[in-house]
Design a protein around this ligand. Structure first.
Ligand code: ADP
Length: 658
């Protein structure tokens, strides 16, 4: 029979498995059992709608483990859906599915890292069928599909390929026969033929599998005494009796108190294919109108595909332990799409698609509860586990902020106290992991900001630009901080839009330090400024005109710049930063929106004196050049593009050589 070759990718993974020195080779059993359980799920599902399968009874569904010491084989047998000839070819000749594929993507293609490192990560992934080559040097799969009258046999001794041929098998399902490797030094593989080893492995990895995992186990039974032997000591013989190895309780249905942190972490990493431990988990049972358990996880890191269209939001949905939907989107609002986990309800019907309408209401109620549960956990974390919350916010602050903004702010009240913004106020908090260490943070909630407001302060001040460093360099910011006020530093493009949609917090308005309605001066200062502006009305009128009247709305003096000569400020709802963000969006409708900008000149800077004297001399040409340089430098400070850099450079040089 001609040997077929594995597809290239599969071969590499297979090589890795065959030559594995990985110490946790034992996970092969978990993988095969999990495949067997999936195959039974598939059969059961189909039997709900397929009349041909009306003979399928839930109570008959099972997995058998058969040990044969004489042949040195371990067999895992299920009575699930089975595989046709084509499926054997397709599924076992190539890396097919989710877990395996992901493993391949993350590890096999990565050039760095040695094999040992790679192998040490295997245990955290569903690496699938091929993992059996870590312990077996020959694997035989005999399968009869529900869709075929014939059975087929797939045999492989590893990397040099496989054969498929017709086989004898009466009942439907799949049998995987592993011929265990021989090891000349110590026969470590033969332990997989010991009852003790298998029993332990099933308890460790596959205890929650819903179908019974059966195995013949040794049982000591007394030998019946013959007549006249009453006084003889009882003797025993060992017989084989079939025993169920697993408790069949899903992990999430176990009592919380009996689950260790490590178990929670491992469950997450294996089930949701994450290399990193979760940041937090929420495990609760809800009894009420609808009863359900939920086990939710917040990842530590943003999933690599989170912002791509490939990312699938949703929780796994179980009906009494049976998976009925892999990604139930309706259970999570978009802004919590990063949450992973599952919901298991006894009240849901298995055949959800048929009854989706009735279940709609139930799902909505559950979804609402999930949302409020997560948000209350977040609030709790913010209060009691600040460092962890800040870590969460660093990863997922963006979706939360977008959540507050989206839908015209429909969720803003739920989210407003969970949002963190950088601020000019830095504080130290205790590091819960190291009592002697303090961690600096500049994150503030709006509530915290308000609690620190000065008595006479009416508004909440903020500044925005694309980075904290840039914000700190903004001349307007320095002035407000110098006056003793805290300033929120908005460095993400969505930030300012979020504040705008909130409008105010407890009646306190959000004021951009670059906006012209910021009111920090005393009455006396205001009077002085007003006078200075009136005196120079003509000068400013000329400057505005020379710059082109639609370029800026006004030119005027300001007191808000300590030592700097100029800045731009804005009037109205749209700030200069927002203008930048909107113009950068692909959406045509937003293009060319313009903030109403004002060129502000520091009245106390020598440039003010210079401008005044040039105007007095009637040196309009020179004022034109000055205006240009001042406007362009204000634009540069704001990070805005300038219209004609060549012209600017010529003017500057011209003024320099004077
Ligand atoms: P994964 O389990 O991640 O899909 P595997 O390599 O373990 O990847 O398995 C590949 C495919 O082979 C499975 O998706 C399934 O379709 C099929 N398969 C494996 N084991 C069985 C089985 N016992 N019964 C039926 N199909 C199986």
């Amino acid at each position: 029979m001609a040997k077929k070759q594995f597809k290239a990718e599969s071969k590499r993974l297979l090589d890795l498995m065959i030559n594995s020195i990985y110490t946790n080779k034992e996970i092969f059993l978990r993988e095969l059992i999990s495949n067997a359980s999936d195959a039974i799920d598939k059969l059961y599902f189909r039997s709900l709608t397929d009349k041909k399968l009306s003979d399928v009874k839930q109570s008959d569904l099972k997995i058998n483990i058969i040990r044969n010491k004489d042949n040195r084989t371990l067999t895992i047998k299920d009575n699930g859906i089975g595989m046709t000839e084509d499926e054997l070819e397709k599924n076992l000749g190539t890396i097919a599915q989710s877990g395996t594929l992901k493993f391949k993507n993350e590890l096999i293609n990565e050039e760095n890292g040695n094999t040992e490192d790679k192998m040490s990560l295997i245990g955290q992934f569903g690496v699938g069928f091929y993992s059996c080559f870590m312990v077996a040097d020959e694997v035989t799969v005999i399968s009869k599909s529900v869709d075929s009258d014939k059975a087929f046999k797939w045999v492989s001794e590893g990397a040099d390929g496989y054969t498929i041929s017709e086989a004898e098998k009466d009942d439907r399902g799949t049998e995987i026969i592993l011929k265990l490797k021989e090891d000349s030094e110590d026969d470590k593989y033969s332990r997989y033929l010991e009852e003790y080893t298998i029993d332990n492995l099933i308890k460790k990895y596959s205890d929650y599998i819903r179908y019974p995992i059966l195995m013949d186990c040794d049982k000591r039974v007394p030998i019946e005494k013959k007549e006249g032997e009453d006084n003889k000591e009882t003797e025993y013989k060992v017989i084989q009796e079939e025993k169920t190895l697993n408790s069949m309780t899903p992990f999430w249905k176990k009592d919380k108190k009996t689950i260790t942190d490590d178990e929670y972490k491992n469950f997450y990493m294996q089930k949701f294919f994450d290399f990193n431990e979760p940041l937090k988990w929420i495990h609760t049972k809800v009894e009420g109108q609808y009863s359900y358990s939920m086990l939710l996880y917040i990842p530590s890191n943003v999933p690599y595909d989170y912002y791509s269209k490939d990312f699938k939001k949703g929780l796994q949905l179980y009906s009494n332990g049976v998976l009925i939907m892999e990604h139930c989107e309706d259970l999570l609002p978009d802004y919590l799409a990063f949450v992973k986990g599952l919901v298991d309800s006894e009240d849901l019907s298995l055949n959800i698609s048929r009854e989706i309408l009735q279940q709609d209401k139930q799902l909505r109620v559950i979804a609402k509860n999930i949302e409020s549960k997560i948000l209350s956990e977040f609030a709790n974390m913010l209060e009691n586990d600040r460092i962890r919350y800040e870590r969460l916010f660093k990863s997922f602050g963006m979706p939360l902020k977008i959540g507050a903004y989206d839908g015209y702010g429909i969720n803003k009240d739920k989210l407003k106290d969970l949002l963190l913004f950088h601020s000019s106020f830095e504080k130290e908090i205790d590091n819960p992991e190291n009592k002697d260490e303090k961690i600096k943070t500049d994150y503030a909630t709006i509530k915290e900001y308000i609690s620190r407001m000065k008595e006479e302060q009416k508004d909440i001040y903020y500044a925005s630009s694309e980075s904290i460093d840039k914000i700190k360099m903004m001349p307007q910011v320095e002035n407000v901080i110098d006056k003793g006020y805290e300033v929120l530093f908005l460095d993400e493009s969505v930030d300012e839009f979020v504040l705008q949609i909130m409008e105010n917090y407890d009646g306190k308005k959000f004021i951009n330090v670059s906006a012209n309605n910021i009111d920090l001066d005393t009455d006396e200062e205001k009077e002085k400024l007003k006078k200075a502006n009136e005196e120079c009305k003509d000068l400013f009128g000329f400057m505005k005109e020379s710059l082109g009247s639609d370029t800026i709305k006004e030119v005027r003096f300001t007191h808000r710049l300590k030592n700097h000569p100029v800045c731009l400020s804005s009037e109205g709802v749209l700030s200069v930063e927002m203008q930048k963000v909107l113009n950068a969006m692909p959406d045509q409708a937003n293009q060319n929106v313009k903030a109403q900008t004002i060129l502000e000149i520091n009245e106390n800077h020598p440039i003010a004196v210079k401008l005044k004297s040039l105007f007095k001399e009637g040196n309009k040409d020179e004022i034109k050049k000055y205006s240009k340089v001042l406007l362009d430098s204000a634009k540069l400070i704001e990070g805005l593009p300038i219209d004609n850099p060549t012209e600017l450079s010529s003017i500057i040089c011209e003024l320099m050589v004077k």
